[in-house]
Design a protein around this ligand. Structure first.
Ligand code: ADP
Ligand code: ZN
Ligand code: MG
Length: 507
């Protein structure tokens, strides 16, 4: 099956229902590490941001980062979790070169947050822990005794993480990707993390199983480790679902194991068989006292919750009448939503006539709000890419006035695009650009337009015959001719009306 197939994402699974649960690691953007006062590192020279605590030297003692707990509580509140009144840390023991202590300080039976929900997915738990150091594979350049070499950079070791574990509530790879996007935009809006998948500040493991449609029992799952982009997450899950369906069709069992998805080849390979909690010999961290979460801490976290994307999507739909897709697009990129609302405020002021901050709110025509949303999501984003429109030359008020000119038919959409090109490149007011470039719409009934239409028909006799024979689609080249001649200033509907009239057809 190809990526992004237009068909349903679960086609080809022969009636098996996918079951997907995600485990997400979020690096918190605190100033310092989870249990020591080393600053967080962003690409500094290796092993320069370390101390006895995060190097795991004997006799050093961890101290909990209060800001990490605060961020953890904000995440818990945003995910509608139950916050633990008492929370404690455990040692999760295992050996690996990126883990100098021989254990990771994590949480076990008293996580900071339990239960909860984001969109259609229930949250099982969210807990605090520390990140491991980073293994850097230097490969052949560092060969020792003929083998490839890996080195360890301890700068990342001890970075605060929140691990979020969902219930297995997702049932197709596309929704899994969309849900992770919702989670990312929510975390970004909270301001608790950079949430950059490529850089590893947001990492996702996907647990995947299939079962016969209609059955409630869960099938055996596999775990796809460390998907580092949204696209790979979707593709990896898709590939694993197909692999499992193939096994079950052949009457073979799915083996519980941890897998790696290689986005280059699209292949899945086994990393290790699944470990159980008892393999880690979890035991309470003796160097840290349990944390007591009091009302003041919860209140402080709550006070810093902004309006979250899910709520914003709903508000854009109910308050401004935007389509779901449009509301989602604007709400998920905070800066686009802010720009949209600023532009809307301008339209409201203009419609109101007298303006001013104290003016009563004006009802904005949903069609105009939608048109504005479309111009932001479509034309403006196409020109600015990832740039925040607030940093562009186009002020929200100017875009609002451009859209108003189009909705009032003072200019055509085609001319509007040319005006926007100018605004993006050089700045300026839409009215001024329309004036200097001569882009005002040709008024209906304009004699000159009738002349251009006549010339267009003359130049496209064949098309004209087809239109007369009832083929309305043949209009294309004639309209194209008129648009070229008028620099896009003619109204398309008006032109096709004129064409039909000049060909003696009814309108
Ligand atoms: P484990 O003990 O193997 O770590 P958990 O019960 O802790 O498993 O679940 C880990 C993650 O796997 C959770 O996100 C959960 O929703 C998901 N999960 C559990 N069972 C299944 C299953 N059968 N199919 C898909 N996902 C599952
Ligand atoms: Zn340190
Ligand atoms: Mg688990």
């Amino acid at each position: 099956m190809s990526d992004g197939a237009a068909t349903s994402p679960n086609d080809g699974l022969d009636g098996f229902e996918p079951v997907i649960g995600l485990e997400i690691h979020v690096q918190l953007s605190t100033a310092t590490k989870m249990f020591c006062s080393c600053p967080l590192s962003f690409g500094e020279p290796p092993n320069t941001y370390t101390c006895p605590v995060c190097l795991g030297l004997p006799g050093s003692l961890p101290v909990v980062n209060a800001r990490a707990i605060h961020f953890g509580l904000m995440i818990g509140l945003a995910l509608e979790c139950e916050l633990a009144p008492r929370s404690s840390f455990h040692r999760k023991n295992y050996f690996y070169p990126d883990l100098p202590k021989g254990y990771q300080i994590s949480q076990y039976d008293e996580p900071l947050c339990r239960g909860g929900r984001l969109g259609e997915v229930r949250i099982h738990r969210a807990h605090l822990e520390e990140d491991a150091a980073k293994l850097v594979h230097v490969g052949t350049s560092g060969r020792i005794h003929g083998s490839d070499v890996s080195v360890v950079d301890f700068n990342r070791g001890g970075t605060p993480l929140v691990e979020i574990v969902t219930e297995p509530d997702l049932h197709d790879p596309v929704r899994a990707r969309e849900w992770l996007e919702l989670l990312r935009t929510t975390l970004r809006q909270l301001g608790v993390s950079d949430v950059n998948m490529e850089e590893g500040s947001l990492r996702c493991d996907a647990n995947v199983s299939i079962r016969l449609g209609g059955s409630v029992a869960l099938g055996t799952k596999t775990e796809l480790k460390n998907m580092n982009s949204f696209r790979f997450l979707e593709r990896g899950i898709r590939a694993e679902l197909a692999r499992q369906a193939e096994l079950l069709r052949a009457g073979e069992p799915v083996v519980q194991e941890t897998l790696h998805f290689d986005p280059q080849t699209g292949k899945l390979s086994a990393l290790r068989s699944k470990e159980e909690a008892h393999d880690y010999r979890y035991f309470p961290e003796p160097d840290l006292v349990p944390i007591q979460i009091d009302e003041d801490m919860v209140a402080a976290a709550r006070a810093q919750l902004p309006e979250l994307p899910a709520a914003r999507v709903e508000r854009y739909e109910s308050e401004f009448g935007l389509t779901a897709a449009s509301a989602r697009h604007l709400a998920f990129r905070v800066e686009l939503g802010a720009y949209f609302e600023a532009a809307l405020a301008e339209l409201a002021r203009a419609g109101d006539g007298h303006g001013g901050v104290d003016a009563a709110p004006v009802q904005i025509d949903p069609a105009v709000a939608q048109q504005l949303a479309n111009w932001i999501s479509g034309e403006l984003v196409r020109r600015l890419g990832e740039e925040d429109p607030a940093d562009s030359r186009v002020a929200p008020a100017q875009l609002a006035r451009l859209v108003a000119l189009i909705s009032q038919r003072a200019i055509t959409a085609g001319a509007g695009r040319q005006v926007l090109d100018r605004m993006v490149q050089q700045g300026g007011d839409p009215e001024g650009i329309v004036e200097t470039e001569g882009l005002g719409a040709i008024a209906s009934g304009d004699e000159a337009l009738a002349g251009v239409v006549a010339a267009a028909i003359e130049a496209h006799q064949g098309a004209a015959e087809k239109i007369k024979a009832g083929n309305a689609k043949a209009m294309g080249p004639i309209i194209g001719y008129v648009m070229r001649e008028t620099k896009g200033r003619a109204d398309g509907a008006e032109v096709s009306r004129l064409v039909r009239a000049q060909l003696g057809l009814e309108n």
